[in-house]
Write a new protein. Structure first.
Length: 202
């Protein structure tokens, strides 16, 4: 494990309907609605659009299951809910040909209903992963466990999802992840004082 402390230094959402409207403006014509996801109660509020290959991952509310992960290949038949999960996806990134997304927990998806999996590594606690950052063939993020809110890493498997290091007695709240030169740099409220850190992901 390589961690070095450095001296102290002083994703929004775009609705599909809006994207379609903007495209229609560019083309000078009205863009068609791909799919009425929520015909029951009103707007589906699609958000958090992330592309991987020829597929688009997003979160939407169909009026029956609540806010859940969806997938689309750009056709009506190829646009569907992936899984009814607890909570609502809050972040997502393209990862290893599929998607990694965060809600209350960390999930991975290959873009099919059968290929969506909950990643482990945090028994007895809700992980609350935040600030997903691609780092080589891994993703680093901020997660919460028995040691508080610290730096975590995943390789997309349950076994490879783990806390990297406990930087504070309570929580260090790592943030500002920036990848540079084979390291991920971040700020943490580490003991005894906060500072700039870097990690090689191990």
């Amino acid at each position: 494990m390589r961690f070095e402390r450095r001296p102290r230094l002083g994703q929004g959402w775009l609705p599909l309907a809006l994207a379609a409207a903007l495209l229609g403006d560019v083309l000078g014509q009205e863009a068609p609605l791909l799919l009425d996801i929520n015909p029951r109660t009103g707007p589906s509020f699609p958000r958090m659009l992330v592309a991987s290959g020829e597929r688009l991952f997003f979160a939407a509310d169909d009026g029956e299951h609540g806010c859940d992960p969806w997938i689309s290949d750009g056709t009506e038949a190829g646009t569907f809910i992936l899984k009814d999960i607890p909570g609502c996806p809050s972040e997502a990134i393209a990862f290893k040909g599929g998607f990694l997304f965060a809600g209350g927990e960390l999930w991975t998806s290959d873009g099919t209903p059968q290929g969506i999996l909950l990643l482990g590594g945090n028994p007895g606690y809700t992980l609350y992963p935040r600030r997903l950052t691609l780092f080589g063939d891994k993703v680093v993020f901020r997660g919460t466990g028995s040691d508080g809110t610290e730096l975590w890493v995943t390789d997309g498997t349950a076994e490879g999802t783990t806390r990297l290091k406990n930087l504070a007695a309570l929580s260090s709240f790592p943030r500002g992840f920036t990848v540079l030169g084979g390291f991920v740099y971040f700020w943490a409220d580490s003991d005894p004082v906060g500072g700039l850190w870097r990690s090689d992901g191990t």
